[in-house]
Design a protein around this ligand. Structure first.
Ligand code: 7B0
Ligand code: CA
Ligand code: CA
Ligand code: ZN
Length: 411
């Protein structure tokens, strides 16, 4: 939307808020979606967890023996009919916000898209020799996709190992944008850490979704991007099912645009994944991929995950036993620093079209997913209050530093 129209819409909204505020805050309307959160116990194998993930429920998180899901009454009945034990989880008492488009009270420490860009610009202005803020493209709705480089002599492409951090592929996982922001802040403030590294940070890879999640004044529990789908009113593609390696191969995504794990009409059909792919492809210089290591940040469940996600096998084309051992060793070493549970991605449940599989299969990037705090919906799920941001992002400082260290000598 052009800026002047945004201003007019904003003014109209402000008038609306002043008139309607007492009504809007008095009685929050019933949510459209009657799905409720449950913990499904006794899922002792990846196959059992994958089966539940495939059943159409919204998977919130999981662990070695369980998954947490949102299920409608009918879906819950179906799972119970299969013999599953479903324990109801608390519905979070999420506040409504009279100022639509902002985070509500208790969450204002999180950054909106505009606040994030402003923060990145001010970091670049404060550390012009070490921080460069730019963009690697545009989202479906036309927002610039933010990209930050942190390094000594930041304007120069030096012969230093390059490491990539990506955040917020999933809209509602707001804590991850704060994680990426912290990485930039911390590396900017400590020249030693980036003396002989080039660190790239993409703090909000799905800005349309993240903004949509806070647009109405109540969290929308939104996951996907905001791209319309032909022939249906259902909106959005799950960006972490839209990557081109073994896309849609293995029942680890959905072909239904109404599903939260809709893989899109084709690999890289989402502009957000296509442009991230193009940028990573562009880091092949003189035939060599410059990026050696990568973390894609998610919430929640407190896990460290590595490829592949599309198969239960530890090894598969392009990933041999030595690679698997290195992934495990490095994943476990990082998990030692933050107390997360380390495992191959498919040990949680099968996913196809995920970013880690593509980064490894296509570019031999040592690519991990971190599922951050909390462990459970019962501790806030996707929406922990802003009071945890400092603690739960700082919790990953050592893992980030370890990956930066190891980036120099990875095979
Ligand atoms: C996802 O809850 C899960 C990897 C399992 N193979 C990663 C991620 O895309 O499903 N989990 S999440 O959506 N953040
Ligand atoms: Ca440098
Ligand atoms: Ca370089
Ligand atoms: Zn996620």
């Amino acid at each position: 939307m052009p800026r002047h129209r945004r201003t007019i819409v904003f003014l109209l909204l402000m008038v609306g808020v002043l008139v309607l505020a007492p009504v809007a805050t008095a009685a929050p309307p019933e949510p459209d979606d009657p799905a409720a959160p449950y913990r499904a116990e006794g899922l002792g194998s990846p196959a059992e967890r994958s089966e539940v993930a495939r059943s159409g429920v919204d998977v919130l998180g999981g662990g070695r023996n369980h998954l947490e899901v949102r299920a409608s009454d009918a879906e819950a009945a179906g799972l119970r009919a299969r013999g599953l034990e479903l324990l109801p989880l608390p519905e979070l008492p999420l506040p409504r916000n009279p100022f639509a488009g902002q985070f509500p009270p208790g969450y204002t420490g999180y950054h909106t898209y505009d606040e994030l860009l402003a923060e990145l610009d001010s970091l670049a202005a404060a550390h012009p020799d070490r921080v460069a803020a730019s963009s690697y493209g545009e989202s479906f709705e036309g927002r610039e996709l933010p990209l930050v480089k942190v390094s000594d002599n930041v304007a120069v492409d030096e012969a230093e190992p390059e490491v990539l951090f990506t955040c917020n592929q999933h809209a509602r996982e707001h804590l991850t944008a704060e994680m990426c922001l912290r990485i930039v802040e911390r590396l900017a403030a400590d020249p030693q850490l980036v003396d002989d590294r080039e660190v790239w940070v993409m703090p909000m890879t799905n800005p349309d979704g993240a903004e949509h999640d806070i647009a109405s004044g109540a969290f929308a529990l939104w996951r996907k991007n905001r791209q319309p789908n032909e022939g249906t009113p259902e909106v959005g593609t799950d960006l972490n099912r839209n990557w081109g390696t073994e896309w849609g191969c293995c029942d680890g995504s959905s072909g239904d645009p109404g599903n939260d794990t809709y893989r899109g009409a084709a690999p890289f059909s989402a502009p957000e994944t296509a442009q991230l792919r193009d940028w990573v492809d562009g880091r092949v210089i003189g035939g060599e991929q410059q990026i050696t290591a990568h973390i894609d940040w998610h919430t929640f469940s407190e896990l460290v995950l590595w490829p592949y996600g599309y198969t239960e096998s530890d090894t598969a084309p392009g990933l041999d036993a030595d690679d698997a051992a290195t992934f495990r060793e490095l994943g476990e070493a990082m998990a030692d620093t933050n107390g997360y549970t380390p495992q191959q991605s498919s040990d949680l449940y099968i996913t196809d079209g995920g970013v880690n599989d593509w980064m490894w299969a296509e570019h031999d990037v040592w690519s991990f997913t971190f599922e951050m705090y909390p462990e459970s919906q019962a501790e806030g799920g996707f929406y922990p209050p802003d009071s945890v941001i400092e603690r739960e992002t700082a919790r990953n400082d050592d893992a980030v530093d370890l990956l930066l260290q190891r980036a120099a000598d990875l095979p």
